[in-house]
Design a protein around this ligand. Structure first.
Ligand code: ACO
Length: 158
């Protein structure tokens, strides 16, 4: 596999690469439709919301000029139980690039970023039936907090 670079995205690049980001999102979730938006329009407005909440917390994994994965966190998120946290809102790697260490590299970046913002916790919601992602998080030290509907809340002390 060619070199994978983890980078932030400028606003202009977000506009230019929006379609590429939507493709990555839809590819990642193709086997997990119950936990994802399914129209390009919804994914596009979701991407805008993710980016606007914390542009520096939006990381992409690139191979050449192609975005093969991305992660969005909001580092100034107020959780009613946990206090101020870094909320990992979205995390995807294109299906054909999964299992190659790209997710791990993206997660390392967000840990470093959250620390630089003075946060002590990263929190997230993951679909209760998304066993591979839950296993991925557990293996990296995330712990189960509680469940709400079809979602499981997890957190990592950093
Ligand atoms: N060859 C084979 N396997 C490898 C290699 C390699 N070269 N390098 C790493 N791996 C293994 C890792 O060890 C890891 O296994 P482990 O968990 O037993 O340690 C496994 O592959 C996956 O690790 P990564 O490759 O780093 O992760 P990946 O790039 O697949 O990204 C992610 C993980 C984001 C969950 C991805 O699988 C995905 O997009 N899933 C679908 C969408 C999704 O569920 N997103 C998370 C929802 S929750 C949220 O967004 C808050």
């Amino acid at each position: 596999m060619r070199e994978v670079r983890i980078e932030n995205l400028s606003e202009e690049e977000l506009r230019q690469k929006r379609s590429n980001l939507v493709d990555a999102y839809l590819s990642a979730y193709q086997d997990l439709p119950e936990y994802a938006y399914d129209t390009r329009k919804e994914v596009k407005s979701y991407l805008n919301w993710l980016y606007r909440g914390d542009p520096s917390g939006f990381f992409v994994a690139k191979i050449g000029d192609e975005i093969v994965g991305f992660l969005s966190c909001h580092s100034n998120w107020m959780d009613y139980r946990e206090g101020k946290v870094c909320e990992l809102h979205e995390f995807v790697v294109r299906k054909e690039f999964q299992g190659k260490g790209i997710g791990k590299a993206l997660l390392e970046k967000v840990i470093e970023y959250a620390r630089s913002k003075g946060r002590q916790k990263i929190t997230l919601w993951v679909g209760e039936g998304n066993a591979p992602a839950i296993a991925f998080y557990k293996k990296r030290g995330f712990v189960y907090l509680y469940k709400s509907g079809i979602w499981v809340r997890m957190s990592l002390e950093i």
